[in-house]
Design a protein around this ligand. Structure first.
Ligand SMILES: Cc1cc2nc3c(=O)[nH]c(=O)nc-3n(C[C@H](O)[C@H](O)[C@H](O)COP(=O)(O)O)c2cc1C
Ligand code: SF4
Ligand code: SF4
Length: 316
């Protein structure tokens, strides 16, 4: 199988001190240590996109864990993050759900628009649902974009949980989601804390990473191809004004501003089928059909199956 190298220690700092290395293995993925300049981080930011809370929870836990170790740590949705403060951090972590086999396009575009990152150590994590697909490449893609902005990669991780892809259960395939209803659990939080600790250890000891991802068939259908395919199967996407309580959740969560709060209409051409509006509507007023069947959201799915996601103790 042909191997594809995502990250090649492209930043100036890494290049200056990295030992020469060659990727020759045919593993589907590989993480190699690369020497970088050691830093003792004091201010760290965890910046994420999250629609149903999985990624937010992981991001907040990383920041809280670091706070307990004396760091100043910020956890923020990328849309609320004050870009003016970016260069005041000496460690950055980006987190994203895997949507359609990669990180969502709007988040990737935001990363691309960042000012030069000038050698800041960075890490990426992705949350994904069920067995998922292409998760490693999705997280590696986040890291690559930060490396392209001049950052130094120091970590990458994946955290699996219950998927929030609403058509799955709405079409009657509940078991596929319920098989993972125990996740995230205490082991997930242990893995998150370990990830946070490892990052501090790596940055402090001057150990960065070089990442290689393998080819996956999902690379052929990721992103817009899958989004357009899903949109083709979606119908009747709009607000039932009678059931709507004007809570604003759908406007807030829509990453592309496709919902007009004044008219309660959805611009289906602009919609990227992220399902955030359906998943977060508290009353079921956000309507959508998939293959002709009504779709119901993640909140309702949790309620129907009496699932309560266990919060990590640090966040309670
Ligand atoms: C529209 C959509 C597409 C998704 N596509 C994938 C995917 O391609 N691979 C995967 O592993 N999980 C996929 N998932 C599951 C999410 O990645 C998973 O539920 C994630 O943890 C949600 O994060 P959040 O709660 O922070 O939004 C998808 C979920 C949605 C809503
Ligand atoms: S309107 Fe489309 S893009 Fe906006 S939240 Fe709903 S599904 Fe996502
Ligand atoms: S989330 Fe639901 S109830 Fe809230 S404004 Fe949107 S459609 Fe109305």
């Amino acid at each position: 199988m042909k191997r594809r190298t995502f990250l090649v220690g492209a930043s100036a700092v890494a290049a200056a001190v990295a030992a020469p290395w060659v990727v020759a293995s045919i593993d589907r993925r590989r993480i190699d240590d690369v020497r970088i300049l050691p830093v003792q981080p004091r201010r760290a930011a965890v910046i994420f996109f999250s629609q149903t809370g999985h990624t937010r929870r992981v991001g907040r836990l990383i920041a809280r864990h670091w706070e307990r170790q004396g760091l100043e740590a910020v956890a923020s949705d990328y849309r609320a993050f004050d870009l003016g403060t970016l260069r005041t951090f000496d460690l950055l972590v980006l987190g994203s759900p895997v949507n359609y086999y990669e990180a969502p396009g709007h988040f990737r575009t935001w990363i691309k628009s960042l000012p030069p990152l000038g050698g800041i150590p960075v890490a990426a994590f992705a949350t994904f649902g069920g067995k998922g697909g292409n998760q490693f490449n999705a997280a590696a893609g986040l890291l690559q974009r930060m490396v392209d902005r001049g950052a130094v990669p120091v970590g990458i991780e994946l955290f699996g949980n219950m998927s929030s892809f609403a058509p799955t259960w709405s079409l009657g395939n509940e078991e596929r989601i319920l098989a993972y209803s125990h996740l995230p659990d205490a082991n997930t939080w242990t893995a998150v804390r370990k990830f946070a600790d490892d990052l501090l250890g790596r940055v402090g000891s001057g150990t960065g990473i070089a990442v290689s991802g393998g080819w996956s068939p999902h690379e052929l259908i990721k992103g817009s191809i899958s989004i357009e395919g899903t949109k083709f199967l979606i119908g009747a996407h709009g607000v039932d004004a009678a059931a709507c309580v004007r809570c604003g959740s759908c406007f807030d969560v829509c990453p592309v501003g496709a919902i007009d709060p004044a008219t309660l209409t959805v611009d289906t051409a602009a919609c990227v089928a992220c399902l955030g509006c359906v998943n977060n509507c508290p009353t079921g007023a956000m309507r959508m059909n998939f293959l002709g069947k009504p779709v119901y959201g993640f909140k309702e799915f949790l309620k129907r199956h009496s699932i309560v996601i266990a919060e990590p103790p640090e966040l309670v």
